[in-house]
Ligand binder design. Sequence first.
Ligand code: PSU
Ligand code: MN
Length: 310
Amino acid sequence: MNPSAADAWLVRSAAVAAAQAEGRAVVALESTIIAHGMPYPQNVRTAREVEDIVRRLGAEPATIAVMGGRIRIGLTRDELDLLGAEGHAARKVSRRDLPAALSSGALGATTVAATMICAALAGIEVFVTGGIGGVHRGAAQSFDISADLQELARTSVAVVCAGAKSILDIGLTLEYLETHGVPVLACGQDDFAAFYSRESGFRADCRIDDAVEQARFIRTKWALGLAGGVLVSAPAPEHAAIPREEIAADIDAALADAKSRGITGKAVTPFLLARLNALTGGRSLAANIALVKHNAEVGARLAQALVSMR
Ligand code: PSU
Ligand code: MN
């Protein structure tokens, strides 16, 4: 999309517009995690707390969603609340869904892929999420590979996440990213993180803990004309993480439930997240909340470092 033509669809909040005019750091946040990834009201509470963490570290949060036929960059408290309360009634909007969501005027929650697109259009370089979509287990049969991976290959935004959930095939997800030239930086440990679990059994390409060095890496990639994302993986905080062997059986059970109920397509990830929350008695949700808050800290520091290098 030509950025100036796309401007007609973009609406920045006053706070985001001011931050960008002053050259301050801005951190994009996604909304599918709010509407489809967590139950109400924990979703709204978490979204607000994540925004507060970003502000406390001196950056401006920009939660992104589709409302009233516009891409909204930065939401008010009431709008965040509406999105959280609507939950699954809001559309899950990935790359292919953006035109339909905008032209129909529907309420849309943007996935990692769609949030990257919108952040890039709005000139935001850093985006914080929980976990990215990836190659699903059994993808050789189902072809289920998240559009998030294609987006990382093509759109120049740094994405901070806690790795990929072990409901996915993490090895194949990393292979896919390698094929498409997406660098994966581990922050805080050598392993690529596995969302609920800190360890995945797979090492990232390289480990960079320091935000200034992460920023230098990212600037170097883009300065070379190598368009596309950089994935920064930070593990869930120790106190909330669930060891791999403790969650493995619940993940297998959730996957079996999805299969027996015939859940497919964009419904798969939200179904598995909700099912796991029930199976773990809320422990997976607590891990999800803790990791997304930690990612907000990592992302805010990175955004500051990128701005000071501009
Ligand atoms: N992982 C989570 N919570 C989420 C998602 C992923 O822990 O809410 C969402 C993100 O928005 C991600 C999307 O972009 O699910 C991936 O969906 P799919 O697998 O259908 O591409
Ligand atoms: Mn899918």
